[in-house]
Design a protein around this ligand. Structure first.
Ligand code: UDX
Length: 470
C-alpha cells in the first residue's frame, strides 16, 4: 500500500519506519528540514534503540522523508502523527493537528478514496474535527471521498520498536466500511508477521515466532480516542496507588516490594506498573491525565480518581524531598547528587520529568545539586536553564563531597556503578534509591546508609537516629 505519515517525531518516525519495514511504500512528511536530512542519511531523529539499524536498511527503498505533501495524492492511508502538547488548562493543543488536516485537505486526490488516520493522542471528537477541516480544505465529502479513522498509538519510549512490531492490541476506531477494509489490509502483514524472519536481525530485542499475536480490536472512533486516555490514566492510577502504599509502609511497616508482588500474583491485577518511583512523569502520562481530567470537568463529569492520582503523584515528588530533609535536616550548604534526569531509563527524554520538580525544591531549600544522566543531560539542561546545578560527566562525580545521592532513574549503569569508589568521596554516604533498584545489601555492607521507598527492612544505620558515617 501507499502510506503517508505526517510528523517525524517520536510516534511518526517509529510508525512510518515500521510500515515501511512490513512492505508498504511509506513517505514521512515533516516541516523540520534538519530532521528530514538526518533521516535521509539513515540517522534516527530520536534516541530509540533499533532505529539506527532500521533506517539505513529502508531509506530510499520504500521509506522516503520529505517536506512536500505531494505523496498525499497517491496515498491510500495518511497518518497524522503530530504533537498534541498540553495547554495551561490541561486540555490538548490541537494546533498541529488542525494544520496537518488543512495541508492534507489541500493535497488530497479527488480520484481515489483516502483513509486519514489519527495516530496522535487526541481528545474525543477530534476525528470529526479533522473530517470537517479536510472537507473545507478539499471540497470533498467525508465518508464518501475520504474517511477519518482513530488508531491510537501505545508506544513506550525505549521499547517503541518492540511495541510497534509486537503490540498487545491494535485499536481501530471507525464504522465506515472502506475505512475498516483498508485498515485490515494495512495491518495484515504486521498481525500475521509476514517477513518477520528477515526483519528479526534488525530488531533490538530477541524475536520468538511463538510470541503472542496482537488482538485487532475494532470500535467506533470516539471509543478508540477514549481508550488511549483511559489506558494511560489507568496505568498512572496504578503507579500512584503503589506509591501511596509505599508511603503507608513507611508509617506502618511492611515492604512495598513484597506487597506489589503479592498483589500482582492476582491475575486480575497483574504485576506490571506496580514499581515504586518518585512519581510517574514523561511526555504522555502528565499530558494525558491532565487532558482527561480537564475534559471530564468541562463536561460536568469529573474523573475524581484521575484527579486524585495526579495529586498523589505530586505528593510523591515532594515525599522524596521530605525524606532527604528528614535525614539531613536543613539543606542549607548541603550538597546533593542526583542520578537520573530522564523520566525512565533508555531514553533521552527529559520533558516533564520528576527530576526538575525535585531538583527545584532541593535548590529552593538551599542545597547545591550535582546531576548526571547517561542520555538526558542535554535536553534537561535546555529545558531547565533556570536551574543552577552542576552537570557531571561521570556518575561518580555526583557524590563528590555530597551529603546524599538520590537515584531518580533506574539506568542499569547506576546498578553497575563502582559504589566502592563512591563511598570515600561522599561527605555522608547516604543513598536514597527512589526505585528500590540498587543492591541494598551490598551498599549497606560497603557502609552506605541506604534508603529505598516503602521498605521496612532498611539498613541498621538508617533505622538509627540519623547519625551517619563518612
Ligand atoms: C506510556 C505508555 O506506557 C504507552 O503505552 C503510551 O503509548 C505512552 O505513554 P511511556 O511514557 O514511554 O509510555 O513510559 P512508561 O514506561 O509507561 O512509564 C511512564 C512513567 O511511569 C515513567 O516515569 C516510569 O518511570 C513510571 N513508572 C512506570 C513507574 O513509576 N512505575 C511503574 O511500575 C511503571
Amino acid at each position: 500500500m501507499n502510506v503517508v505519515c505526517i510528523g517525524a517525531g517520536y510516534v511518526g518516525s517509529v510508525t512510518g519506519t515500521a510500515f515501511a519495514a512490513i512492505g508498504h511504500q511509506t513517505t514521512i512528511i515533516d516541516i523540520d528540514q534538519k530532521k528530514i536530512e538526518r533521516m535521509n542519511r539513515g540517522e534516527s531523529p530520536i534516541y530509540e534503540p533499533g532505529m539506527e539499524q532500521f533506517l539505513p536498511a529502508l531509506i530510499g527503498r520504500n521509506l522516503f522523508v520529505t517536506s512536500s505533501y505531494d505523496a498525499v495524492a497517491e496515498a491510500q492511508v495518511v497518518f497524522i502523527a503530530v504533537g498534541t502538547p498540553s495547554q495551561e488548562d490541561g486540555t490538548a493543543d490541537l494546533r498541529y493537528i488542525k494544520l496537518a488536516a488543512e495541508h492534507i485537505g489541500r493535497a488530497l486526490s479527488k480520484e481515489r478514496f483516502t483513509v486519514i488516520v489519527n495516530k496522535s493522542t487526541v481528545p474525543v471528537g477530534t476525528s470529526e474535527l479533522v473530517a470537517s477541516l479536510v472537507e473545507e480544505a478539499s471540497g470533498l465529502v467525508a465518508d464518501k471521498d475520504f474517511t477519518v479513522v482513530s488508531n491510537p498509538e501505545f508506544l513506550r519510549e525505549g521499547y517503541a520498536l518492540e511495541d510497534v512490531f509486537f503490540p498487545d492490541r491494535i485499536v481501530v476506531g471507525t464504522v465506515q466500511p472502506q475505512g475498516l477494509q483498508v485498515m485490515r489490509e494495512l495491518y495484515h502483514n504486521l498481525i500475521e508477521r509476514v517477513g518477520y524472519d528477515q526483519l528479526s536481525e534488525l530488531f533490538p530485542f530477541s524475536y520468538h515466532p511463538q510470541m503472542p499475536k496482537a488482538t485487532y480490536f475494532e470500535t467506533d472512533a470516539k471509543s478508540a480516542e477514549l481508550i488511549k486516555y483511559a489506558a494511560n490514566a489507568f496505568l498512572a492510577v496504578k503507579i500512584s496507588y503503589i506509591n501511596e502504599m509505599a508511603r503507608l509502609c513507611e508509617v506502618l511497616g511492611g515492604n512495598v516490594r513484597d506487597i506489589a508482588e503479592g498483589m500482582g500474583l492476582d491475575t486480575r491485577i497483574g504485576k506490571k506498573f506496580l514499581q515504586v518511583s518518585s512519581g510517574w512523569s514523561g511526555s504522555c502520562f502528565p499530558k494525558d491525565t491532565a487532558e482527561l481530567l480537564a475534559t471530564s470537568q468541562k463536561y460536568g463529569s469529573e474523573m475524581t480518581v484521575v484527579k486524585a492520582a495526579i495529586e498523589s503523584n505530586e505528593r510523591m515528588h515532594l515525599h522524596v524531598v521530605e525524606k532527604v530533609v528528614r535525614k539531613l535536616q536543613s539543606l542549607n550548604g548541603k550538597r546533593i547528587g542526583i542520578l537520573g534526569l530522564t523520566f525512565k531509563p533508555d531514553t533521552d527524554d527529559a520533558r516533564k520529568t520528576q527530576a526538575s520538580y525535585i531538583i527545584q525544591k532541593l535548590v529552593e531549600l538551599g542545597a547545591s545539586v550535582r546531576v548526571h544522566d547517561p542520555q538526558g543531560m542535554a535536553m534537561f539542561q535546555s529545558l531547565n536553564s533556570h536551574l543552577k546545578v552542576t552537570y557531571c560527566r561521570e556518575p561518580l562525580e555526583t557524590g563528590t563531597r555530597s551529603d546524599a545521592v538520590i537515584l531518580l532513574t533506574h539506568w542499569q549503569e547506576y546498578q553497575e556503578l563502582d559504589w566502592e569508589a563512591m563511598y570515600p568521596v561522599m561527605r555522608r554516604p547516604y543513598v536514597l534509591d527512589t526505585r528500590n533498584y540498587l543492591e541494598s545489601a551490598r551498599l549497606t555492607a560497603l557502609g552506605f546508609c541506604y534508603e529505598g521507598l516503602g521498605l521496612s527492612t532498611i539498613s541498621p544505620s538508617v533505622a538509627g537516629d540519623g547519625v551517619m558515617g563518612g
